[in-house]
Ligand binder design. Structure first.
Ligand code: HMG
Length: 582
């Protein structure tokens, strides 16, 4: 039971999407819940309780459990073998719904005390044990894993203090029923380290193995982090927690949220104990969910670290602002063809897709005009940056599939011509020595996504989700795959292609695929101005050489070609007439 005799790792069971949300009255939409789950998984958490399948009258907030469990995103996560994604179920009905939705792990829950058992699941402790045993045996027969909870380990909101013998009785029954682990719930958040130590020692003395129990501490009395630490030092290695400290049970009046996941991760990491969780990402997720659902953020670590990072960000932003002129850039239109307008502001060229009524879908003539404009600008010494944006609500909905425009299913000659047109456009953009920027004023689909991701940098307005929608039309993202897969990475691109789902700007931002997200189109304009001001630090030659270095790295990493290329650029930049000489 000493620190030295056990490996320095713990497993965190993130209960935010279930325990964290169940007590919130205001409805939270299913997409927000799914986004929370997505973000949590991205932090490296490998155990996330997804939801509960309980009576919607008891817990209205989680009445959308079928939508959550049935979503392609959750189905995809459930298929990942390294993740544990338990779903709380109280009875056979809940189990059957979970099984229908492909769930691989459930959690059964009982209380060590009569008052809470009656209020929470409308039965006595013995009836609850019998129900949990029955549910667990059916689940095990269907090859599901079963986790268990025992609530009210220290006190019950209706009955007062809990006898340790009742806790022992419940833990034994759940382990006998086949639970691989039982989480000890201080539902009221009333216990303190002395209680924790005494209960764990008692359970161990009575024959309960330490690796069969986990800690689930609420923070009503501010003792939760200390309780976890004490439990760790008693030998526990699994702890339940909730991002931003959300949580609580409607049938435990006055009890507050779970111990915050951020606080646990910070504490364990500072002690050299690994959790596998990326703390900055977790902090970002905690801030995001509490802002999104307008609930107080209860993680002290989350608050402290986000203030620190905000300070750093605003310092950086003010540096950028200082360098930008306060007045917005003036753009002058100098050319207009069908569906495309060209503007200039100094060394910046802006290409505006202008078929708003058709979602800025690309006709054959627009593709050709865009290619010509980009090719000309790439050779024009007075152009340093090429921006692509669009009029109206959409950035670009891809190829125009209308009959008069760029039809599919027309056979060989049409297909070849369209292939050449699209390839030339994306290559012109990709090979341009100028800095290319997609300024995404709205959602993009198919070829529109290719346009954005063949650019060097992307800015987006918040609703500008991108969808590789081809699969829905019986197509595949052929010409754009080169750029999308390169920028997104293979697994993510494959999943987005196969699911044809909208990928949100927040998701893109988290992955570093868009550099900035603006809340409104006006703000997007300002962000573009700021970016263009920031880019002035690089001379045109330095930008071109940097782009070439990046290209050498992704196309020829580790080869002679890369080595020669680097040497050639090195010599060029050191030359007597190079920009560097100035
Ligand atoms: C257990 C029951 C169902 C008994 O509730 P009941 O009223 O005795 O049972 P019922 O069988 O008469 O069902 C009532 C209604 O619920 C429906 N129903 C019944 N079961 C389900 C189901 N699985 N999924 C969906 N619907 C269900 C059922 O169909 C019926 O609908 P109606 O005919 O009235 O329209 C109810 O009391 C209940 O759902 N309780 C759950 C309460 C809950 O989720 N509490 C929070 C979780 S526990 C907790 O937070 C503690 C923990 C785990 O985090 C650890 C800790 O901190 O201590």
């Amino acid at each position: 039971m000493t620190l030295q005799s056990t490996p320095p790792t713990v497993r965190i069971v993130e209960v935010g999407p279930r325990d964290g949300l169940q007590n919130i009255r205001e409805p939270i939409s299913t997409p927000i819940k799914l986004e929370l789950i997505r973000r949590l998984e991205e932090t490296g958490l490998d155990t996330i309780e997804l939801t509960s399948v309980v009576s919607p009258k008891a817990i209205p907030q989680l009445a959308d459990c079928r939508e959550v469990l049935g979503s392609p995103q959750v189905k995809h996560l459930v298929s990942k073998s390294h993740l544990r994604l338990p779903v709380l179920v109280p009875n056979v009905k809940g189990l059957n719904i979970a099984i229908q939705h492909g769930v691989k792990e459930i959690a059964v829950f009982i209380s060590a005390t009569e008052g809470f058992s009656k209020a929470n699941i409308n039965c006595t402790v013995e009836q609850a044990i019998e129900r949990a045993r029955h549910v667990a045996s059916l689940a095990l027969k269907s090859n599901l894993s079963v986790r268990g909870y025992v609530s009210c380990i220290f006190a019950d909101p209706y009955d007062g203090p809990t006898s340790p013998a009742s806790v022992l009785h419940c833990v034994r029954k759940l382990l006998d029923a086949g639970c691989y682990e039982v989480s000890l719930g201080d539902t009221l958040g009333i216990g303190s380290p002395a209680n924790v130590r005494s209960l764990i020692k008692y359970l161990v003395r009575e024959g309960i193995a330490l690796d069969k129990i986990a800690g689930h501490f609420h923070d009503t009395y501010g003792q939760a982090v200390a309780n976890v630490w004490e439990a760790y030092n008693c030998g526990l290695r699994v702890f339940d927690s909730s991002v931003a400290g959300l949580g609580g049970c409607p049938f435990a009046p006055g009890a507050s949220g779970n111990v915050a996941s951020e606080d646990l991760v910070y504490m364990f990491h500072n002690a050299g104990i690994s959790t596998g969780v990326d703390l900055p990402k977790l902090v970002e997720t905690g801030i995001w969910i509490s802002e999104t659902i307008s609930k107080p953020h209860s993680s002290r670590v989350g608050t402290a670290l986000s203030i620190k990072s905000k300070a750093a960000t605003s310092a950086a932003a003010s540096m950028i602002k200082k360098s930008s002129k306060d007045a917005p850039l003036q753009w002058n239109m100098f050319s207009e063809t069908e569906g495309l307008q060209l503007f200039r502001s100094g060394v910046n060229l802006k290409l505006v897709l202008n078929r708003p009524k058709n979602g800025n879908a690309l006709t054959a003539s627009m593709i050709s005009d865009l290619t010509s404009a980009i090719t000309a600008a790439s050779q024009h010494p007075q152009t340093s940056r090429i921006i692509i944006t669009a009029a109206g609500k959409f950035f670009c909905t891809g190829m125009d599939l209308g009959k008069e425009s760029t039809p599919v299913a027309q056979g060989d000659a049409t297909s070849k011509a369209q292939f050449e047109r699209l390839t030339s456009l994306f290559e012109a953009l990709d090979q341009s020595p100028k800095v290319t920027i997609a300024c995404m004023n709205g959602p993009a689909f198919g070829g529109g996504v290719g346009l954005a991701f063949a650019c060097d940098i992307r800015l987006a307005v918040r609703n500008a989700a991108v969808t590789l929608s081809e699969a829905k039309l019986g197509l595949c993202p052929a010409t754009i795959s080169k750029y999308v897969i390169r920028e997104w990475g293979i697994s993510f691109a494959r999943e987005a292609m196969l699911s044809a789902r909208p990928v949100t700007t927040d998701e893109l931002k988290t992955k570093g695929l868009v550099s900035d997200v603006a809340d409104t189109p006006e703000q997007l304009g300002t962000r573009l101005d700021e970016l263009l001001a920031q880019l002035k630090v690089a001379s045109p030659d330095a930008s071109r050489m940097s782009k070439e270095l990046v290209r050498l790295a992704w196309a020829h990493a580790g080869t002679e070609k890369q080595a020669h290329g680097i040497r050639r650029l090195f010599e060029e930049m050191m030359g007597a007439n190079a920009d560097g000489a100035d």
